[in-house]
Design a protein around this ligand. Sequence first.
Ligand code: ATP
Length: 231
Amino acid sequence: MSLHLEQVTKRFGHVTAVDHVTLHIPEGEMFGLLGANGAGKTTTFRMILGLLEPTEGTITWNNERIRYDQSHLIGYLPEERGLYPKLKVKEQLIYLARLRGLKKPAIMKEMMDWLERFKVPDYVDKRVEELSKGNQQKIQFIAAVLHRPKLLILDEPFSGLDPVNVELLKEAVIDLKRNGTTIVFSSHRMEHVEELCEHLCIMHRGKPVVSGALKEIKRSFGKKNVIIHAD
Ligand code: ATP
């Protein structure tokens, strides 16, 4: 059940957002996509999710093209967090989990386990708009994983979180990986990728400039930290 991107390109008019990206991500891997603003990470994710069609190239999961109606297989934390502000946390999570085919008793159990894990069980009856941005982000993360997807796409999962919540989220993704979830996440920051991933791709203006095993990349760069420059 590996994820394959073969020579994937996406153009928006004259803008080439993603330029011949090839990635092979085996099942159960945690893979990091690194790059500054505008590098093409979100566009790559939207193509993996089937929300955008590649202009060229193919994307397959388990040797088949991913369709937009396979949302039960995939979990997605979008970069633009988008919860319904007026809904209570539990209403929000039940609504999204039901869309992915989960039954209510299973949702309630799983939801309370996650809220406790993220140290916000009391927020279950609060409206989303009453929560801080960081806590909303944790709720959105729970929404992405509640249906136990096989493939989890996290767009900048750690941005905007304080260090305590970054640690909580890191531990959660490590456990999901341990349970066999394939995880692809993007970040501006090498340190997150370094800590969590064995393989990574660094994108710059749509192109994969460096791709492969973290150890190899570090060796070839000849230093501990690869720095991602913003334009
Ligand atoms: P960020 O972290 O800022 O989201 P990113 O690495 O995710 O950056 P993308 O959002 O994929 O980068 O954008 C890559 C390029 O494609 C940018 O130049 C962006 O302006 C352009 N782009 C993305 N979506 C569209 C669109 N729908 N129409 C036109 N250009 C787009």
